[in-house]
Design a protein around this ligand. Structure first.
Ligand SMILES: [Zn+2]
Length: 397
C-alpha cells in the first residue's frame, strides 16, 4: 500500500520524505536529492544556486480533500545559456501554486459544472477554479484551424445589459469557434481577418451573415471573392419579428371583444405548432379564425421554411418567388415590406443551395453560449469566454 501511494508523488530528482494525513488534510513532503544536479532545458547540468521550500495544492487523495505538496524549489544556473531556471516536482505551475494534474482536474469539472458547484467537489474558491480553468484552456486547447475553411458563419450575440454585444466567427462545416471580439461593428472583424494569410482568405468561398450592413461591409472589403449567404436562422427570426408587429397592430385596431383573443398569444404565435400544448393549439385556432391578418402571417411562416428544403437552386428560387407573391397578395403592409426585402436579397438567400450552409451550426452554438454563460455566472473576461466557447465548439474537447 505504502509503495503505491508513493508512486503518486514520484518525481525525478526528488525523494519522498513523508506522506501524512489527519483524515481531511494530507501532506506529501518532497525534498531535492542533493547528490543530483538539476538540468537546464538545454539538457546541460546546472549549478545549484538556491533551494527554497515551497508548497502547492494537489489532487484530493481518498477522504483527504485538501492535499498539499511541500517541496524544494531548486534554482540552478546554466553556464551555457546564462540563465537561472527553477526545477519543481509534479509539473507544479509556480504562479498558481498547484500541480498541473490538479489544475487539469478542476478544469475538467469546470467543463461540466457551474463554477459555484465545482467548489463543492474540490476545495478551491470560484475565482481560483476559473483561474485554473483559464490557464489549462490557454495552454492546452489547440489553436483555431484557419486553413481550407470553405465557409464561415459570422454572428452576433448579446450577453445581457452589462456584457453588451460580441461578434463570433464559426467554421460553417465543423462548428468550431474561430474568433470572438467585442461589439458588432465592421471593426469587430478586423482582428479575425488580420489572422488570415492570403491563401487562407482565398479558401473562404462563402460567408453566412445576417442582413446587417456592418458584417457585409467587412466581408466585402476583406474577402471580395466570397459569396454572402443570408442564413435561414436569421431570416426566420426576422419574420417572427414581423409577425409580432402584425399582432401588435391587430391588437391596437381590434374591438374590445377581439382583443381578448389576441392578448397573451405572442408565445403561441412564435412557437412551432407541433410544440404547442393542446390548450395552446385551441387558443391559437380561435385567434387565427378571429383575425385574418395574423392567420395569413402564421401560415406564411411555415411556407417560408420550405425554401430551405430544396437541393437545387432553381427549385428554391421558385419557392422563394411563390412566397413573395403570396406575401404581397395578402395586402398586409408588414408582410409586403418583408417580402420586398427577401426579393432584393434573393441571390444571398439562394446561395445556401450552392454552399449548403444550414442553420444547424448556429442553433447548436446558441445552445453552447447559453450554457457556458450560465455555468460561468457571467463571464466578464472576453479572453476566457472565447476559450470556454471554443472548448465546447470543438468535438474532441
Ligand atoms: Zn542551458
Amino acid at each position: 500500500m505504502k509503495t503505491k501511494l508513493q508512486a503518486l508523488f514520484q518525481s525525478e530528482g526528488y525523494r519522498i520524505e513523508m506522506i501524512q494525513s489527519n483524515g481531511q488534510v494530507a501532506q506529501a513532503t518532497l525534498s531535492w536529492d542533493k547528490r543530483q544536479k538539476p538540468r537546464c532545458s538545454c539538457g546541460k547540468k546546472m549549478r545549484i544556486n538556491r533551494i527554497e521550500r515551497q508548497a502547492a495544492s494537489d489532487l484530493p487523495l481518498g477522504c483527504a480533500s485538501v492535499v498539499v505538496v511541500a517541496y524544494d524549489g531548486v534554482q540552478g544556473f546554466c553556464k551555457i545559456c546564462q540563465v537561472y531556471e527553477t526545477r519543481r516536482p509534479l509539473e507544479i505551475v509556480p504562479n498558481h501554486h498547484a500541480t498541473l494534474r490538479f489544475m487539469r482536474h478542476v478544469s475538467l469539472l469546470c467543463r461540466w459544472l457551474p463554477v459555484s458547484r465545482v467548489c463543492e467537489v474540490v476545495p478551491v474558491t470560484p475565482s481560483t477554479a476559473a483561474r485554473y480553468d483559464r490557464y489549462i484552456l490557454k495552454t492546452e486547447l489547440p489553436d483555431p484551424c484557419l486553413d481550407d475553411l470553405g465557409a464561415i458563419i459570422i454572428d452576433e450575440k448579446h450577453l445581457g445589459k452589462s456584457g453588451g454585444f460580441i461578434t463570433l466567427v464559426l467554421n460553417a462545416r465543423s462548428g468550431e469557434l474561430l474568433h470572438l471580439a467585442e461589439g458588432r461593428s465592421q471593426e469587430s472583424l478586423d482582428g479575425f481577418f488580420a489572422k488570415l494569410t492570403d491563401k487562407q482568405k482565398a479558401a473562404i468561398l462563402a460567408v453566412a451573415i445576417d442582413r446587417s450592413n456592418a458584417y457585409r461591409c467587412a466581408v466585402e472589403s476583406h474577402l471580395p471573392h466570397a459569396q454572402i449567404v443570408f442564413d435561414k436562422f436569421h431570416l426566420i427570426a426576422n419574420f417572427s419579428d414581423v409577425i409580432d408587429a402584425v399582432r401588435r397592430r391587430s391588437y391596437s385596431q381590434a374591438s374590445e371583444a377581439d382583443r381578448a383573443f389576441i392578448k397573451g398569444q405572442r408565445f403561441n404565435l412564435l412557437r412551432n405548432a407541433e410544440n404547442l400544448s393542446e390548450k395552446g393549439r385551441n387558443e391559437l385556432q380561435t385567434l387565427l379564425e378571429a383575425n385574418a391578418d395574423l392567420s395569413a402571417a402564421y401560415v406564411l411562416k411555415d411556407q417560408l421554411k420550405e425554401i430551405w428544403t430544396y437541393t437545387y437552386t432553381a427549385s428554391a428560387a421558385k419557392a422563394l418567388t411563390r412566397w413573395v407573391e403570396m406575401a404581397v397578395a395578402t395586402g398586409i403592409r408588414e408582410l409586403g415590406r418583408f417580402a420586398k426585402g427577401l426579393e432584393r436579397a434573393k441571390d444571398e438567400i439562394l446561395a445556401f443551395c450552392k454552399h449548403r450552409i444550414t442553420s444547424a451550426k448556429i442553433e447548436a452554438f446558441n445552445g453552447i453560449v447559453a450554457r457556458v454563460v450560465r455555468n460561468a455566472c457571467g463571464l466578464s473576461n472576453l479572453d476566457y469566454l472565447f476559450l470556454k466557447l471554443r472548448q465546447h465548439s470543438l468535438q474532441k474537447w
